[in-house]
Design a protein around this ligand. Structure first.
Ligand SMILES: Nc1ncnc2c1ncn2[C@@H]1O[C@H](COP(=O)(O)OP(=O)(O)OP(=O)(O)O)[C@@H](O)[C@H]1O
Ligand SMILES: [Mg+2]
Length: 370
């Protein structure tokens, strides 16, 4: 309704089309920068936002100059009319992003062009930071695959290279015993130097990869759980979360890389806590249990009282980048799975009785491995 009134009072602008009218009736009600240009491309009205955001520019009073500035192409490739739809441009004078739209209208029986410029900087920044995080992650996973490939290559090349060295040494001995020819001897020596160099390169690669290999040993799950809960204590307290532990004191140690298993448990407990953010505080209850299962493995279970998972969500659960959280990357469970599989264990999900989810994993016992 307010709009109708504004249109009526807008009469003032209709009576003086040639002069710049900063109050510009209707334009004043638009919540983003908005300006009107006459048929010659001269500014006839602009609202307060337009004057604030573009007023400092000498170009702001001429349509063509403004187009050239914002589109940065001399105006040639710039949109000529409203059919071109909005364009996202970076305003060089302020560093802000705008969705620009030019529309045709009629004002005081004369054709005019109306420019609207909506500031979309925040959306662009959010998109950028999200893209950055994903790119970093992809880069890390690519680095990991390069590491794996290097390890495989080094391993595969080592055998034939050792054989080549043996043949070269044998041939050199034979040539030496036969007393020549000297060119063959030199060629064989040169070949051996090259092969030694290749072997040195390979052993450096293997050293490099070995330095990052997991180190498995005997570890107690109680200690691992203590470390993880200490890391999440503040968050749990903030949510007034009850934590129950069912970890027998005499549980057999697992054969695992401690830091990696801490990472898995941390991810699962974090997910469980996040799943209970939205439920009433009285129902927020987390359990961590461990026991020896029928296959003689140690089984750890993290149970929450969150909303659980739909069958469709269960299908995608372990795929990288699957997330239902606005601030999630969807990489937690994918990492957990590859760590547990590396340990020859199994990561699993099941619905919890009475509501919620159970995420669990198995690990071999240390004694079963030694
Ligand atoms: N305990 C749980 N209860 C309900 N849904 C869960 C639970 N754990 C995981 N999920 C679902 O699985 C999705 C993937 O989890 P994952 O840990 O891989 O990624 P994320 O938690 O979304 O992000 P991040 O990479 O930061 O961990 C979650 O977005 C959520 O939808
Ligand atoms: Mg997670």
């Amino acid at each position: 309704m307010g709009n109708v009134k504004t249109t009526r009072t807008g009469k003032r602008a209709t009576q003086a089309p040639a002069a710049i009218d900063p109050s510009a009736g209707l334009l004043g009600a638009v919540p983003f920068a908005c300006a009107m240009f006459d048929a010659d491309g001269v500014l006839i009205a602009g609202n307060a936002r337009y004057r604030e955001e573009f007023g400092a520019l000498p170009e702001h009073i001429r349509r063509d100059a403004l187009l050239a500035l914002l589109h940065g192409d001399g105006g040639d490739g710039a949109p000529q009319n409203s059919h071109d739809g909005p364009r996202e441009v970076l305003a060089p004078h302020s560093g802000r992003w705008y969705a620009l739209h030019w529309g045709r209208a009629e004002h005081a029986a004369a054709p005019v062009e109306v420019l609207t410029a909506v500031d979309i900087s925040e959306r662009i920044e959010t998109l950028d930071s999200h893209k950055n995080r994903q790119e970093k992650l992809l880069f890390t996973s690519r680095l990991m695959s390069v590491g794996e490939m290097a390890a495989t290559l080094a391993h595969e090349l080592n055998q034939p290279l050792a054989a080549i060295m043996n043949y070269l040494n044998g041939s050199l001995r034979l040539v030496e015993q036969a007393g020549g020819p000297v060119q063959v001897e030199r060629a064989l020596q040169a070949a051996r130097t090259q092969a030694e160099h290749a072997a040195a390169v390979i052993s450096r690669v293997r050293e490099f990869v070995r330095a990052r290999e997991p180190r498995r040993d005997a570890h107690e799950l109680n200690r691992i759980a203590d470390t993880v809960l200490e890391l999440l204590r503040l968050e749990a307290e903030r949510l007034q979360l009850r934590i129950d532990l069912g970890l027998p004191a005499n549980l057999a140690p697992v054969f695992a890389d401690r830091v990696m298993i801490e990472q898995v448990l941390l991810n699962l407990v974090k997910n469980a806590i996040e799943a209970m953010r939205e439920i009433p505080a009285a129902r927020r209850e987390l359990r961590i249990d461990a026991r020896m299962n029928l296959d003689d493995q140690i089984e750890v279970r993290v149970s929450d009282r969150g909303a659980g998972l739909s069958p469709a969500e269960q299908d995608q659960l372990f795929s990288p980048f699957f997330t239902t959280k606005t601030d999630g990357l969807g990489i937690g469970l994918a990492i957990c799975r590859s760590i547990i599989e590396y340990h020859e264990g199994r990561l699993f999900f099941e619905p919890r009785e009475g509501g919620g989810s159970v995420f669990g994993f198995t690990l071999p016992r240390y004694e079963a491995r030694t």
